[in-house]
Design a protein around this ligand. Structure first.
Ligand code: ATP
Length: 236
């Protein structure tokens, strides 16, 4: 469904990604792990159209999306939940969600999307008219996921959903992500700090370090965590 080949991204003299390739098949949950500064957020931003690549290609269902604008990519069915969530804190929960519906054509379809998001996030329904800044960290993460759902994606890229959240709250966020995968047949690519959590939830794992892909494998083959740790820390 999503195919990234030989991607290179530079920030001035710094090469953040060197020849990175990755693929995600329909219905899969794939986790990307790697140390800070490995280039994970750059890879997500590049796939979603926020950062330009100097080399390589990104295709979604066989169509090139590299070089397209983020809103065009969203229209193709790919949605990004960005690192840090990018919630508009002075706006209400409802207003934040409506911002995610920029592609919907009419009121009815926006309302239908809102109803669907509310069904997955009862807590957001309760806080519908509250300012987003008054939400807890976990609720803000759910709002960011809810907003990404408002575009009606087929594949969602979730950048560090665990960031700054207590383990119990992260469990809740993952429960929701897994229910979206199962109930909406949503394909997921998740940037996850914890390799344990990645191994628990993903079908496949990628390890990125220093801008290069160091390991790819099925989670069931990597359960002892040894190969993942070696790739992560560079003992290879
Ligand atoms: P983290 O987990 O800390 O977010 P990451 O794996 O997501 O790390 P990136 O944020 O993609 O890594 O950063 C990759 C490299 O690119 C780092 O060396 C970072 O300092 C650099 N970098 C990221 N964004 C920019 C930018 N806008 N301008 C210049 N350098 C950048």
């Amino acid at each position: 469904m999503l195919k990234v080949e030989g991607l290179e991204v530079r920030y001035g003299r710094l090469t953040a990604l060197r020849g990175v390739s990755l693929h995600v098949e329909r219905g899969e949950t794939v986790c990307l792990i790697g140390p800070n500064g490995a280039g994970k957020s750059t890879l997500f931003a590049c796939i979603a159209g926020g950062v330009s690549a100097t080399h390589g290609s990104v295709t979604l269902d066989g169509k090139r999306i590299a070089g397209r604008r983020p809103e065009q990519i969203a229209r193709s069915g790919l949605s990004l939940v960005p690192e840090g969530r990018n919630i508009f804190k002075t706006l209400t929960v409802e207003e934040n969600l409506r911002l995610g519906a920029f592609m919907a054509k009419d009121r009815e379809s926006i309302q239908a999307r809102l109803d669907e998001v509310m069904a997955h996030f009862p807590r957001l329904a309760e806080r519908f008219r509250s300012s987003a800044g008054s939400l807890s960290g976990g609720e803000q993460q759910m709002l960011a996921i809810g907003r990404a759902l408002m575009t009606g994606p087929r594949i969602m890229l979730v950048d560090e959903p665990s960031l700054g959240l207590a383990p119990k709250i992260v469990d809740q966020v993952y429960e929701i992500l897994m229910s979206l995968r199962d109930e909406k047949a949503l394909t997921l690519l998740i940037n996850e700090q914890s390799s344990k959590r990645a191994l628990r939830h993903a079908n496949r794992i990628y390890v990125l370090r220093s801008g290069e892909m160091r390991l790819e494998g099925r989670a069931e083959d990597l359960q002892d965590g040894e190969a993942v740790m070696r790739a992560y820390f560079g003992f290879d």
